[in-house]
Design a protein around this ligand. Structure first.
Ligand code: MN
Length: 696
C-alpha cells in the first residue's frame, strides 16, 4: 500500500502547487473513518481508497480528484456525511464524492435494467464531471485486481459480469483502453475459467516453442527502422487472452486459425516519422491488404490516433503493428484523462479545460450518428434519472415531479397517486425530482387523477393520462345528468319504452350508443321533443307548447351574463368571469350560476338547464382556493403578502387541516376574473412558503 508521504510526493511531482495539507488531511480522514474495517484480502479497508488514489496519480489527475479517490467510500461505508466532507474539504470535493457515491447505485440495479441503454445514459448524466467517472473506474479496477480474495464464487462472478457489462464499456467510452483491457482480462478469468486456462496455456506453449518470439520480432522491427536512421521504441505483446477469445467467438474460428496473436507498438518522435516508418516496414515485410488503417489523418471519434497495419513476418507469422508518437500513445491509452493532464500544465482553469476538451472532441466527430451518440452527454443535461424503491430506473425530463414518475412506472400507479416520498421523506406531489432520487408513490384505490395535476405534470404521458381521466369523469357526470333527464322524458310518453325502442331511437338520432345519447341529452344537444319523437314517433304531436311542459329541461343560451338579482353565483363552485358556466333555474327562484365543473350540477336536474356565458364587462367575483403551507413561522404572512401584491381581497380564510408538515387553508378571494385568479395561484405555487395551491 502507498504510504502517506509517497502519495503526496507523487502528486507534488506533477502538480507542485497542490495543497499538500489537504492531501494529508484526506489521507488521515479516510484511515480514521474506515477504522478497523477489513477488505476480503484481510488488509485494512483504507488500503483500497489509497490504492485508488494511487491509480489516479498515474493519470496525473488534479488534487481534487486524488482527495475524492481517498474519500470515495466514506459516505457509503462509514459515518461520514457529504456535509462534513464539504466542511472539511470544500464544495468541489463534496460534489465529486457525492457523485461517486451515487454512481454506486447502479450495482443494486437488476440485470435487465443494467443491460438497458438507459444505464449508460444514467452514468453519463451522473458524470457531468468526468472525474467522478474516472474515480469510479479506478475504484472498479482496484476491486477487480483484488477480486480473487473474495471467497464466494457467485459474488466473484457477479462482480466480474458487472465489470464486463458496465465498467469495461464505460472505460472504452472515455478512451481508457488500458483500464478496459485489464478489466476485461480479469473479468474473463472469472467468467470463462476454462477458456481462460486453455488460451493462456496455448500462449505459453507458443512462447516456449518459439523461444521468445515476440522479443525477436520486436528486435527485427527496431533494426529495420534503425538502418533507416530512425530512433524508435518497439514494444511487442501477445494479444490479451480475452481479445483472442473474443475473436474466436466472433469469427467462429479455432485457436489455430487465429494467426495474428502478436501485436507491436512502434513509438516515434513525430507524425512524419510515423509515415516514414510505415513505408520502411511495408518494404521490408509483406503487408496484408485490407488491414491498413490511418487513424492519424482520420482519428477515431474519441481522439484515438495511430497507424495500424498487419505484416507477414518472415513469410510465417502474421503480426499487427501500430505506429504512433509517444504523446499519441499516452493519450490513446488513458483517453480523456491523459488529454486533460497534458493540457493541464500551465493552464490556470484546468477544470474548465477538461470540459472544453471534451466538447472539442465531440465537435470533431464527422459521422452524424456518432455525433449524436457523443452529444448525448449534453442532451442528458435536460434529463433526470430516478429510482423506484426496488431500484428500477426511470428517465424523465428535468422538472418532472412524482406524478410524472408515477405515470412513467405505470398508468394505474399515476391514476391512484395520493402522495409521494423522495429519499424517504414526504413531499408534495408537485416537488421536482433530482438526479438519483428514490421515489416512492403512495397510492389509494379510490383516488383518481386531479385536474390540478396539469399545473405541474410535465411528461406527455402523464398529461395525456390526466386529461383523459378528467374528460372521462366529466363525460360520466354529464351522462348521469342526461340519464336523469331521459328518465323524466320517458315518463311523459304514452307507452312504456323498452330496450328495443331505445335501440331504435339511438339509431334514429345517429348516436354511438346509450352513453352517447345520455351525454347529448345532458349537454342539451338534443331537446325533449327530439328525444320523445325518436323513442315514440308522433308522440309529441298533441302536446302543448314546449314552454308549458312541466319541469321541462330546456337549453336557453343567455349570452352576456351579469351577476345580480336574476343570476346568483353558486356558493359551491365560486365561478369567476372566464369560467365556463351553466345556469339552473327552479320555478319561482332566480338562476343559480355554476361552473361547468361543479359537482353540485348533478343535484340540479330538477331545474331548467341554461347555457350561459359571461358578459365581457362583468367585473369581479369570489374565487375559492386551497393552499397547503409549510408548517413554519411566517408562511401565512407570506401568502397574505401574495394576495395583497396581486390586489385580491380576502373575504374568508379557514384552516381546514393541520397536519405535519403542512397546514391547509381554504381561501375565498375577490378577483377580477379567471386570469387574475390563475395568476394568484401561480404566484402561490412559486412561493417557497407554499407546498401546493389549487383552485377548488
Ligand atoms: Mn471503493
Amino acid at each position: 500500500m502507498l504510504r502517506q508521504y509517497e502519495l503526496v510526493e507523487r502528486v507534488l511531482a506533477y502538480a507542485p502547487q497542490a495543497d499538500e495539507a489537504m492531501l494529508n488531511r484526506a489521507y488521515v480522514y479516510t484511515v480514521q473513518k474506515h477504522g478497523t474495517q477489513k477488505r476480503a484480502s484481510g488488509d485494512p479497508y483504507f488500503s483500497h481508497p489509497v490504492e485508488v488514489a494511487g491509480l489516479m496519480t498515474e493519470l496525473k489527475l488534479d488534487q481534487e480528484t486524488i482527495v475524492t479517490a481517498l474519500l470515495h467510500d466514506t459516505v457509503e461505508d462509514t459515518l461520514a456525511t457529504v456535509e462534513e466532507i464539504e466542511r472539511l474539504f470544500g464544495p468541489d470535493v463534496a460534489r465529486l464524492v457525492d457523485g461517486v457515491t451515487k454512481l454506486s447505485k447502479i450495482e443494486t440495479m437488476t440485470e435487465s435494467e443494467r443491460a438497458a441503454e438507459n444505464l449508460r445514459k444514467f452514468l453519463l448524466a451522473m458524470s457531468e464531471d468526468l472525474r467522478v467517472l474516472l474515480v469510479k473506474l479506478a475504484d472498479r479496477l482496484h476491486n477487480m485486481r483484488t477480486l480473487h480474495f473474495i471467497k464466494s464464487e457467485d459474488k466473484r462472478r457477479r462482480i466480474a459480469r458487472e465489470t464486463m457489462e458496465i465498467y469495461a464499456p464505460l472505460a472504452q467510452r472515455v478512451g481508457m483502453y488500458e483500464y478496459m483491457r485489464e478489466m476485461q482480462l480479469l473479468a474473463f478469468e472469472q467468467l470463462e475459467p476454462e477458456a481462460y486456462a486453455t488460451i493462456t496455456g496455448r500462449l505459453s506453449a507458443i512462447r516456449s516453442e518459439g523461444g521468445g518470439e515476440v522479443g525477436d520480432i520486436a528486435l527485427s522491427i527496431k533494426q529495420a527502422l534503425a538502418e533507416a536512421g530512425m530512433r524508435v521504441e518497439v514494444a511487442g505483446r501477445e494479444k490479451h487472452p480475452y481479445s483472442i477469445w473474443k475473436k474466436m467467438a466472433e469469427r467462429h474460428v479455432s485457436f489455430e486459425q487465429i494467426t495474428d496473436i502478436m501485436a507491436f507498438r512502434v513509438l516515434v518522435d513525430d507524425v512524419g516519422d510515423c509515415y516514414r516508418a510505415l513505408g520502411i516496414l511495408h518494404q521490408t515485410w509483406q503487408m496484408i491488404p485490407g488491414r491498413f488503417k490511418d487513424y492519424i489523418s482520420t482519428p477515431k471519434i474519441n481522439g484515438y490516433k495511430s497507424l495500424h497495419t498487419s505484416l507477414i513476418y518472415n513469410n510465417a507469422r502474421r503480426v499487427e503493428v501500430q505506429l504512433k508518437t509517444r504523446e499519441m500513445h499516452h493519450r490513446n491509452e488513458y483517453g480523456l484523462a491523459a488529454h486533460w493532464a497534458y493540457k493541464q500544465g500551465g493552464e490556470p482553469d484546468a477544470q474548465v479545460g477538461w470540459l472544453r476538451d471534451l466538447v472539442e472532441i465531440l465537435d470533431a466527430s464527422h459521422d452524424p450518428d456518432e455525433l449524436l451518440e457523443n452529444t448525448k452527454m449534453a442532451i442528458y443535461q435536460d434529463r433526470i434519472f430516478a429510482f423506484t424503491p426496488k431500484g428500477s430506473l426511470f428517465q424523465l425530463p428535468k422538472g418532472a415531479t412524482p406524478i410524472d414518475f408515477a405515470f412513467a412506472v405505470h398508468t394505474n400507479l399515476g391514476a391512484q397517486a395520493v402522495g409521494a416520498k423522495i429519499n424517504g421523506r414526504h413531499v408534495p406531489l408537485r416537488t421536482p425530482l433530482g438526479n438519483g432520487d428514490v421515489v416512492e408513490i403512495i397510492k389509494s384505490r379510490n383516488s383518481e387523477p386531479q385536474l390540478s395535476w396539469l399545473g405541474f405534470a410535465v411528461t406527455g404521458k402523464a398529461r395525456a393520462a390526466i386529461r383523459r381521466a378528467v374528460r372521462q369523469k366529466e363525460r360520466a357526470e354529464v351522462a348521469l345528468i342526461g340519464r336523469k333527464l331521459y328518465e323524466e322524458i320517458t315518463e311523459r310518453l304514452p307507452t312504456q319504452v323498452g330496450k328495443k325502442a331505445l335501440a331504435d331511437a339511438i339509431k334514429r338520432l345517429k348516436m354511438n350508443g346509450e352513453e352517447d345519447l345520455m351525454v347529448a341529452i345532458g349537454t342539451a344537444k338534443l331537446d325533449d321533443r327530439q328525444v320523445m319523437e325518436a323513442l315514440v314517433p308522433g308522440s309529441t304531436a298533441n302536446l302543448p307548447n314546449p314552454e308549458d311542459w312541466p319541469r321541462q329541461q330546456r337549453a336557453i343560451a343567455v349570452r352576456g351574463l351579469t351577476p345580480g338579482m336574476a343570476f346568483k353565483l353558486a356558493e359551491c363552485c365560486h365561478p369567476v368571469p372566464g369560467d365556463r358556466i351553466v345556469g339552473l333555474r327552479r320555478p319561482g327562484k332566480g338562476v343559480e350560476v355554476h361552473s361547468i365543473d361543479c359537482e353540485r350540477l348533478a343535484d340540479g336536474v330538477d331545474a331548467d338547464w341554461i347555457d350561459l356565458s359571461w358578459d365581457k364587462r362583468t367585473d369581479g367575483a369570489v374565487g375559492r382556493l386551497r393552499a397547503e403551507l409549510y408548517n413554519r413561522p411566517g408562511t401565512l404572512a407570506e401568502m397574505a403578502g401574495i394576495f395583497a401584491k396581486n390586489h385580491a381581497n380576502v373575504v374568508n380564510l379557514e384552516m381546514t387541516q393541520r397536519e405535519n408538515p403542512f397546514h391547509t387553508y381554504l381561501v375565498d378571494l375577490e378577483v377580477r376574473d379567471l386570469a387574475h385568479l390563475t395568476r394568484i395561484v401561480s404566484a402561490l405555487r412559486a412561493s417557497d412558503a407554499v407546498a401546493q395551491a389549487d383552485r377548488i
